[in-house]
Design a protein around this ligand. Sequence first.
Ligand code: GLC
Length: 439
Amino acid sequence: MLQPEPTVGDTSWFTRDRFGLFIHWGLYALPARHEWVKHKEEIPDEVYEKYFKYFDPDLYDPGLWADAAAGAGMKYFVVTTKHHEGFCLWDSKLTEYKATNTPYGKDLLRPMVDAFRSRDLRVGFYHSLIDWHHPHYLVDPYIGPYRNAEDRAAMNEGRDQMKYADYLHGQTRELLTEFGDVDILWYDFSYPQRGPEGKGRDAWRSDELVKLVRELRPNIILNDRLDLPDTPGAWDMKTPEQFQPRRWVHVDGKPVVWEACQTFSGSWGYHRDEASWKSVEQLLLMLIDSVSKGGNLLLNVGPTGRGEFDERALDRLSGMGAWMKRHGRSIYGCTQAPAEFACPQDCRLTYNPTTRRMYIHVLAWPFRHLHLYGQAWADRVEYCQLLNDASEVRAKGLEQWQENLGGEAGEDEPSVTLSLPIRKPDNATIPVIEVFLKE
Ligand code: GLC
């Protein structure tokens, strides 16, 4: 069975819990047309300032957010303490560009951390390396609102990127010392490959930053966006974004801890007009698909400027929760199935190595029979049931199956054939068959 490479941070809980909530929240909730709006529409600081002036999420109640996440079956969350726009959700001593200085006037992060912890969710911080507001961040042509070279040259006069790096390190220290035991740190992102003014490990002093993080929180899980791909111990997990990998993510030929991050509709920040919302079924399939390849799913909500999850998000979360309530057993503690078990047609397999149970997720409901081919299935299947209601699914070996059809099955490969109800179970968006294996 495949196991991920060992990590410096503690990933043991992470590879068990599998499902988390990403939260992108900042001033960009007000324009409500993508968290990159400042870059996309080339909005200069003085114009973007209006969102700071009017930011007042009066309906914010993080207890409701934590309930929605827990209800969906999520076990951890990762929130944008600061996104690329530079605005900070907590009362940082190192900047005035923070929630406490908006009309709302209060720290947004601390009550969120408390609410999620009180529902037993683990805590993760996303923190942007990029900063479109800090006075010492060197403005570059690739990322940020300033495309005109002359404007940039004038703006960069007197800027010192190392002073920005000090700020980044200082804020990291605040985040990792003032909020108790933070479980995940998610930096975003480096772009040295974009050109001569691109930013990577030197712009952030990444080596030093990793040392600081490991020293302050030895168990923390660190993501992979500090531009230190080859430095041992500089990252714990890979973070494929907005796509599902073809197979378990490998680095240098070895499987690693990984987590796909995904949106409901494309934008990470609240987007009022986006129409490409994924269905509950599609989202569940992304979760199942990740676990079947040894990975996690971090699914994002962009709360509104009033401080709420909108109806579309709540609808998806509760739909996933209804499935998770009965099918969480095929997700938590599960991973990729051992290679000797061939995946049946139109299915995804997950496997719990502790309980030795296999989970067959049936993506397209077949007519009456599901065939499990190969010696491993033939030798090891002991008992099968539908997971939604624990109703028995009868299994026949090849001989019985042949006999059953008067010898007309035309099969000689070792196999097990499962007898399914004609109708797909009503309360299972994606039905799962739980298979108890013999030793
Ligand atoms: C990106 C984007 C961003 C989002 C993030 C999530 O790199 O810049 O807006 O926060 O990915 O993975």
